[in-house]
Design a protein around this ligand. Sequence first.
Ligand SMILES: Nc1ncnc2c1ncn2[C@@H]1O[C@H](COP(=O)(O)OP(=O)(O)OP(=O)(O)O)[C@@H](O)[C@H]1O
Ligand SMILES: [Mg+2]
Length: 247
Amino acid sequence: MTPLLELRGVVAGYRGGGDVLRGVDLAVEEGSIACIVGPNGAGKSTVMRLVSGLLAPRAGQVLFAGEPIGGRPPAKIIQAGVVQVPQSQGLFPDMTVRENVLMGAYPLRRDRARVRTNYARVQEIFPIVAERAEDRSGNLSGGQRRMVEFARALMLEPRMVLLDEPSVGLDPKALQGAYESVRRMSEAGRTVLLIEQNVRFGLRLATHGIVMEGGQVRLTGPAEQVLNNPEIADLYFGGSSAHSGAG
Ligand SMILES: Nc1ncnc2c1ncn2[C@@H]1O[C@H](COP(=O)(O)OP(=O)(O)OP(=O)(O)O)[C@@H](O)[C@H]1O
Ligand SMILES: [Mg+2]
């Protein structure tokens, strides 16, 4: 079976700089939740930028549903079915939840029936969108805002959702909410590729784990196996078992 997303021998870097990705091979199967983990500077966010079209590969191939998308403009990649939930810009705090979610459907604005259908669907997946529709987004908690960000991304019915560190800045209760939200997106048929600093959170949530180091993929496999791999314990948990300590 063809993976939904495949990187083959990808080399990439930033203008005026050396190679940050030094031959990355990875595959994400349709319907899976794949999680990239790795130390700071490993190249995780660079992989995301490449997949969403913000950066072009210097060599190698980026394939989505078998089609080469490497170097295509971001708008074309969104059309192909890949939507990224941006890490930093988030929601417009002075706009309502409904307005923020509808902004996600901007490229579909001429097809009002489809926008209505998609809005109804995201409300089913994320009830908070209906419950807080007329509230200012700035009044929501961090965990609630994350759900509204996910809902906004789903307005374009993406085949694949890219999440760069969805756990960042969330307290334990909100973390649980984010966990369930990602699961719900997956159950709604979306393939998910996420990056996580919180290795336990990411690899418990994921079906598939990808460990990056120094611009290359060092290890990949079922998430549980990756989490319990002794090399990973060395890298992240000071050599202790991945099961010890708080998650
Ligand atoms: N816009 C940029 N211009 C130049 N170099 C960059 C840029 N963004 C990242 N880099 C460099 O590329 C390398 C990989 O960065 P990247 O952001 O992909 O790492 P990361 O694995 O996401 O790390 P972190 O866990 O800190 O988010 C780093 O050495 C970084 O300094
Ligand atoms: Mg990063």
